[in-house]
Design a protein around this ligand. Structure first.
Ligand code: PGA
Length: 221
């Protein structure tokens, strides 16, 4: 069986109280995964400490990820959270999500700097690309194929097309080991993606916001 990586992305959602509720409900579901499934959860920075300590205390099989990092290292960059700081809580970091590219004007150049810093501080980047023509910088081992039309729309890409793109990316960039699919993934459709040979996991957004929906999605993946 091939390894599957599931990266839940809460985006800019949840207060501390809401995150606490999610964690309490999720822990009652008693998730148990074998070493063929890696589950990563990416909350906002304000929630990282809470999520990390809850996971440790309750021994949940979840790894913490950050949704982004600064393109700059430690120093005078007001408002930025750098890779070294993120690493205190997280093991993974999402870089280049289309919402960062669109709403925060992030360019391939900026994204390349983030990849370098993530690797410098031991954060594993999950590098998102909107289509097969996007350049994947060296230093990336996990790519998320996330077509913009499928994000938050309830209209996922077809599994066959996602698989074709995953195969293309792996052939073009031999340093890429895993390609995940993101865009309207649910517990109902997740297996249609993860059962295909070149797709190694998924990046659910909305479906990660509800603990039961996320649990079911992990079980079906
Ligand atoms: P969605 O988001 O699951 O809500 O479509 C996916 C993503 O942006 O990664």
């Amino acid at each position: 069986m091939k390894k599957k990586i599931i990266v839940g992305n809460w985006k800019s959602n949840k207060t501390i109280a809401e995150a606490q509720d999610w964690l309490v409900t999720f822990s009652t579901l008693k998730l148990s995964v074998d070493d063929q499934k890696t589950v990563v959860l990416c909350p906002s920075y304000t929630l990282l400490a809470l999520v990390k300590s809850f996971i440790q205390e309750h021994d949940l099989p979840i790894i913490v990820g950050a949704q982004d990092i600064s393109p700059y290292d430690v120093g005078s960059y007001t408002g930025a959270v750098n890779a070294k700081q993120a690493k205190e809580f997280a093991s993974y970091v999402v870089i280049g999500h289309s919402e960062r590219r669109k709403f925060f004007d992030e360019t391939p150049d900026v994204l390349r700097k983030k990849i370098t810093l993530a690797n410098t501080y031991g954060l594993t980047p999950v590098y998102c690309i909107p289509d097969r023509d996007a350049i994947v910088p060296e230093g990336v081992t996990i790519v998320g194929y996330e077509p913009v039309f499928a994000i938050g729309t309830g209209e996922p890409d077809s599994p066959v097309n996602a698989n074709t793109i995953a195969e293309y990316v792996k052939k073009k960039y031999p340093f890429v080991q895993y390609v995940l699919y993101g865009g309207s993934v649910t517990s109902e459709n997740v297996a249609s993606f993860t059962s295909l040979p070149f797709i190694d996991g998924v990046i659910p957004g909305r479906a990660s916001l509800d603990p039961t929906a996320f649990f079911q999605l992990i079980m079906q993946a």
